[in-house]
Design a binder for this molecule. Structure first.
Ligand code: NDP
Length: 356
């Protein structure tokens, strides 16, 4: 048997067990349920218990780590095997999604498009939206990888550096916030309009957990010390970015639920009651993206400039979100027509006032 086969089988078992545990937790844990119409004319049930699933996972791994049942450092030491296993399992999932979506309304024709982009908008298995669920192993997996870097640093060097502590705080706030605000996710483009195929499945189950943790990986043995002054400045950037990112998303979510809310102490202003022009949405059309870029810049600054590789994440995010804002403009132009032109006159810039 080739040397790689046994570790790969172990890693595949671990990834499958993790996915299965998250699925069962998502089915069983209590949470509010919401029915929403989707773009294919169907109705969809979402259950919001991601925060409970995250907390339960953190408690279980925290207790297991403290009692010495296992060490999270195994994630770091078996990163490559886990990565290969996650790729293989996601590929199998994509075949299943393709087969499952054979009768989906409006599915793209042809194997390549149907397999890559996806056929069904919101495939359901055992009463759960599989696409909505996929964000749980994605972000909980990311949180576990990040924690494993702190454990390895402690095991190797006997301390957690200031840079690592700051990185852990930022990433934990980011993931906790995602699940605390899980209700807002159902109004996002991915959930409402993107079909679920290899592209989104791979993005969620492989790319996010294995690539978005790149800065933490570099911090494990980082040969430098972050000064307290730099730490305060980085934390400030994180706070401002987070305020913009979370604030903009929340304003839109609150407006969608009740068009008569107040924003920043004033009654909400809209265009024909359909588009929000108060708060962040009156300043720019995608300040939520800008906020997220600031959050990741702060996160990456914890690595200083010890290596260029962590900065690949920022290059990726800037490219992704700038392209996405352009695609979203086209989508909204098609949906809202003249109203979108009026909105563009009101909020002239997309992500950076006076620049873009
Ligand atoms: P948005 O949450 O910005 O949603 C865009 C949609 O909001 C539009 O298509 C339109 O949809 C509606 N909308 C736009 N302008 C207005 C307005 N003025 N008033 C009311 N509704 C408006 O985009 P995404 O779904 O792309 O992103 C959600 C979050 O996810 C963002 O914070 C983003 O940063 C994050 N994200 C993170 C990624 C990562 O890899 N880290 C990747 C992608 C996103 P409609 O009118 O049809 O409702």
């Amino acid at each position: 048997m080739p040397d790689i086969l046994l570790p790969l089988m172990g890693a595949s078992g671990a990834v499958l067990a993790f996915f299965a545990a998250q699925y069962v937790a998502s089915l069983l844990l209590p949470g509010e349920r919401v029915d929403l119409p989707d773009d294919d004319g169907g109705t969809h049930v979402f259950k919001f218990n991601g925060l409970a699933a995250l907390i339960l996972t953190l408690v279980v791994v925290g207790v297991g780590q403290a009692l010495g049942w296992f060490s999270l450092s195994a994630l770091y030491h078996n990163f490559l095997e886990l990565f290969v296993a996650a790729n293989l399992i996601t590929l199998l999932l994509a075949f299943w999604l393709y087969w499952r979506g054979k009768d989906a309304p409006g599915a793209p024709s042809g194997f390549m498009r149907g397999f890559f982009v996806g056929r069904a908008l919101n495939p359901v298995w055992r009463g759960m939206d599989v696409k909505f669920f996929s964000y749980r192993p994605s972000l909980i997996g990311l949180a576990l990888f990040n924690l494993s870097f702190a454990v390895v640093q402690y095991e190797n060097h006997g301390e957690i550096t200031l840079a690592m502590a700051l990185y852990q705080a930022f990433t934990l706030v980011y993931v906790l916030n995602y699940f605390q605000f899980e209700q807002g996710m159902i109004y996002t483009w991915d959930i409402m309009s993107e079909r679920f195929g290899l592209m989104l499945a791979w993005g969620n189950l492989v790319f996010v957990p294995f690539f978005y943790c790149i800065a933490g990986w570099w911090l494990v043995d980082a040969p430098y010390t972050l000064s307290p002054v730099a730490a305060v400045l980085i934390a400030l950037l994180f706070a401002v970015g987070f305020w913009m990112f979370r604030g903009a998303n929340q304003q839109k979510h609150r407006f969608r639920q009740d068009p008569n809310i107040t924003i920043w102490g004033r009654p909400v202003e809209t265009l024909d009651g359909r588009l929000l022009v108060s708060g962040f949405w009156g300043i720019g059309r995608h300040l939520n993206y800008t906020g997220e870029i600031c959050v990741y810049t702060a996160l990456l600054l914890t690595t200083g400039f010890v290596a260029w590789e962590p900065w690949l994440l920022l290059a990726w995010l800037v490219g992704l979100l700038a392209h996405r804002s352009h695609r979203d403009d086209l989508r909204c132009q098609a949906k809202y027509g003249e109203l979108w032109d009026r909105y563009k006159q009101r909020a002239r810039f997309s992500m950076v006032p006076y620049i873009y």
